[in-house]
Write a protein that binds this ligand. Structure first.
Ligand code: ATP
Length: 745
């Protein structure tokens, strides 16, 4: 919109024509000229049925091939490294770049460089777009995403038993993942294989079945596999999602090396709030409803951001002449709804003045989770609890830990440090959880003399759980409502045990998040609800109403979208939202959230954090988000519920929260306890630590975040050993204080 790339005026060549040409420095790898894209071939009644909308109408995009030597006397153009940034539509744009979706006119999209002699001589397979352009997406994964056969049920990942088809990482990388491989199917470049294994730190994992990899390890393996297929262009969708800070740094550095060599060329898709790697030179910025707000060089984007800030602040000082067109385009985009405050918030362009926080760690009530020397081993390998802790002043092996009602914990640690394994012991997805010294709600999993064990069904009703593993296994055919209601069922697909209150709890949640989940929200949220006509009013009871005539609106009026949209039709961020809601709707004693907000835009993430802390209350001081934003951020408010009708008030003092996150922004300020698992961060080794977060600090503060990820002496300098508080009125808390070696951050 603000700047379109200069277009080639030469005649376009359809991709199907297999005649080769000589490459010149101006031969683009991808050329899209005034193309409009559709999910299905458009029909005349699409518009009437509100189906199959055009995606990115009149799109223009050129990716230079760049590698060919420049024509004589011409200077070599610097490489272009693109990032596609947007709240939604990122994946669709990448799909369009790799030849998916119906393109009209069909000749508008072409790949001229793939038809050159250069490619024919290099590897004729690359003339097919599907081989030359590789896509790696990281949504809805788990290790299942990497193609190796994975167990048919959630806990299979934690078993040591191996099937014949449990391919190892090494087999996966070499492409030996079929029982009867065709001979000569793969010509492996051994040198490249070695290089990739070193770059992605996969050496120690080569013999491990892919199904056992942690999320971060899976990510590394998939990037490695894509590099081994030597594509011309690699599209990486959300490449940093779910990676620990050190791995983000190392993968970003690796990507920069690849980008510098242009081997392969790279295009990243990122969320607006993600840090933009330094080496990105060009941006495509996506607005609402599949509109491109900007595409071009990074410095130009900075200028556009500056003008957007000006527009939103409603300042009256005049802009320089060259910024006037950007100003007018921005106001037009705001009017059309392609740009809004929510996107500006996501891009972190709105000024935020967080009001300070002062919150002490809730002492907590009765213990809900107790671990007393937990170690998880697979053969000789210990994946959790391979340390010594001081308990009551004495060194003890394994994990010793108590979580009480009312406490909020975050578990931190590098990829593969055992965080998910730890949570799987609480949820009993891990087979070893029966044998280990673990108590939930004061009882063991197996019966003890005089005390019954806890059945899996009791456990499920008292736990709420959302994780990438559940995401990978969750049935796509359930409607949104059925998905949230499955919190009241024993398995995903069983009939939930509902009653009036539970039904209303689900309805309230669906109403609060309607704008985020209803595909037609932009129109339906503006419609007036149907009213009961005057002639029919006699059939209704006369109810005294403080403001005159009562309004009869069908109870489920706002939420019928949830009965017609399935989980599978939602995008990744919305799916994560549904799983998050499923984990809290039944107000369980323990809420377990494993990377619950990954893939979400900043505004959706903040809305979830607000809901977790303050429920439907829109002005609560309890909410970290209200403190971090201003009253103008209306999307936080959602559907305003009258105080008397509010059903969700946020986590209560009776509930405990245990969460995992790799992003400091995703950790609510109300989280006042942390655990750091021993981790290797590339250049340093971090040891086991846990404790409270001090009265005036919070994990979201970059300084505190740096400390928690710093090794030995550096860590020690900034933390204080928490000691027993004499004269305190809470014996239980004082007891934990002296039982464990806690370090306040
Ligand atoms: N059956 C198994 N045999 C051997 N090692 C295993 C097995 N299952 C898991 N592991 C290893 O246990 C470690 C812990 O995995 P876990 O998924 O708990 O890590 P994580 O901290 O959650 O990582 P991420 O942040 O990447 O999700 C990993 O190094 C993983 O490779």
């Amino acid at each position: 919109m603000f700047r379109r790339p200069v277009l080639q005026t030469r005649l376009l060549r359809p991709t199907t024509v297999l005649r080769t040409t000589r490459a010149s420095s101006s031969t683009p790898l991808i050329r899209i000229q005034d193309g409009t894209f559709y999910q299905n071939y458009p029909t005349p009644d699409d518009a009437a049925k509100n189906k199959n909308p055009p995606l990115f109408p009149d799109l223009n995009f050129i990716l230079p091939a760049d590698k060919a030597s420049p024509a004589k006397g011409k200077k070599k153009q610097p490489h272009e490294h693109w990032a596609v940034i947007g709240t939604s539509g990122r994946t669709q744009l990448l799909d369009i770049l790799r030849g998916q979706y119906v393109c009209l006119p069909p000749t508008a999209r072409s790949y001229p460089y793939l038809l050159t002699d250069e490619i024919a001589n290099k590897d004729p397979r690359l003339r097919f777009v599907g081989n030359a352009i590789q896509y790696i997406g990281f949504s809805g994964e788990g290790s299942g995403a990497i193609g190796g056969t994975r167990g048919a049920y959630l806990s299979a990942r934690y078993e040591s038993h191996r099937e014949e088809t449990d391919w190892t990482v090494s087999q996966y990388l070499k492409g030996q993942t079929s029982l009867n491989p065709l001979e000569g199917e793969h010509q492996l470049d051994e040198q490249l294989l070695d290089q990739v294994i070193t770059d992605l730190r996969l050496k120690d994992l080569l013999d491990m079945p892919v199904a056992n990899l942690s999320n971060g390890q899976t990510r590394r393996a998939r990037i490695a596999k894509a590099l081994l297929s030597k594509p011309e262009l690699l599209l990486l969708d959300d490449p940093f999602m779910g990676l620990d800070p050190a791995t983000v740094r190392s993968i970003s550095a690796l990507l920069q090396r690849l980008a510098d060599k242009s081997d392969p060329r790279l295009i990243l898709a990122l969320r607006p709030q993600d840090p933009l790697p330094d080496w990105i030179t060009h941006l495509v910025l996506l607005g609402n409803n599949n509109h491109i707000l900007f595409q071009g060089p990074r410095p130009d984007a900075q200028k556009v951001f500056k003008v957007w800030k000006h527009v939103i602040s409603a300042r009256s000082d005049p802009l320089p002449a060259d910024e006037q067109p950007i100003y007018h385009a921005a106001t037009a985009a705001l009017d059309a709804g392609h740009l809004d405050r929510q996107l500006l918030w996501d891009l972190q362009l709105l000024a935020k003045k967080p009001s300070g926080i002062a919150m002490s760690a809730t002492k907590g009530g009765e213990p809900l989770i107790e671990m007393d020397g937990v170690r998880v081993q697979y053969g000789p390998k210990t994946v959790l609890g391979n340390w010594t802790q001081k308990v009551n002043g004495k060194p003890k092996k394994g994990l010793h830990w108590t979580v009480r009602r009312g406490q909020r914990w975050v578990i931190l640690g590098a990829n593969g440090s055992g965080k998910t394994t730890l949570l799987s012991l609480i949820t009993s997805d891990h087979p070893q959880s029966y044998a280990l010294p673990i108590k939930l709600f004061g009882r063991s999993r197996l019966p003890e003399p005089g005390k019954p064990g806890i059945s899996i069904f009791e456990l499920q009703s008292r736990l709420g759980h959302s994780s990438p593993e559940i995401h990978a296994f969750f049935p796509r055919q359930l409607t949104i409502r059925q998905s949230v209601e499955s919190a009241f069922a024993e398995t995903f697909l069983q009939k939930p045990a509902l009653n009036y209150d539970r039904d209303q709890d689900v309805t309230s949640i669906l109403r609060f998040f309607k704008a985020d989940l209803d595909p037609n929200a932009p129109t339906t949220t503006k419609e007036k609800p149907p009213r009961v006509g005057v002639e029919a009013r006699n059939y209704f009871p006369k109810i005294a109403h403080p403001k005159g005539t009562p309004v009869f609106t069908p109870i489920d009026y706002e939420v019928d979208y949830a009965d017609t949209t399935t989980f599978g039709q939602l995008n990744t961020a919305q799916q994560r939202l549904v799983l998050f809601l499923r984990a809290i709707v039944h107000k369980p004693d323990i809420v377990i959230l494993d990377e619950p907000f990954s893939g979400m835009s900043a505004s959706l993430r903040d809305r979830c954090i607000h809901f977790l802390e303050a429920g439907e209350h829109t002005r609560s001081r309890v909410s970290s988000v209200i403190r971090r934003s201003t009253a103008k951020e209306t999307w936080l408010k959602g559907f305003t519920t009258e105080d008397a009708a509010i059903r969700h008030h946020g986590l209560s003092e009776d509930q405990a929260l245990v969460m995992i996150s790799h992003n400091r922004e995703e950790i609510p300020d109300s989280v006042r306890y942390y655990m750091r698992l021993p981790s290797e961060t590339g250049d340093a080794e971090l040891d086991f630590r846990f404790g409270t977060i001090k009265y005036e600090s919070m994990m979201n503060d970059p300084k505190v975040w740096d400390v928690v990820w710093s090794p030995g002496e550096q860590f020690q300098e900034h933390v204080t050993r928490s000691w027993r508080r004499r004269g305190g009125d809470d014996a239980a808390h004082d007891q934990d204080d002296s039982t464990y070696e806690w370090w306040s951050l």
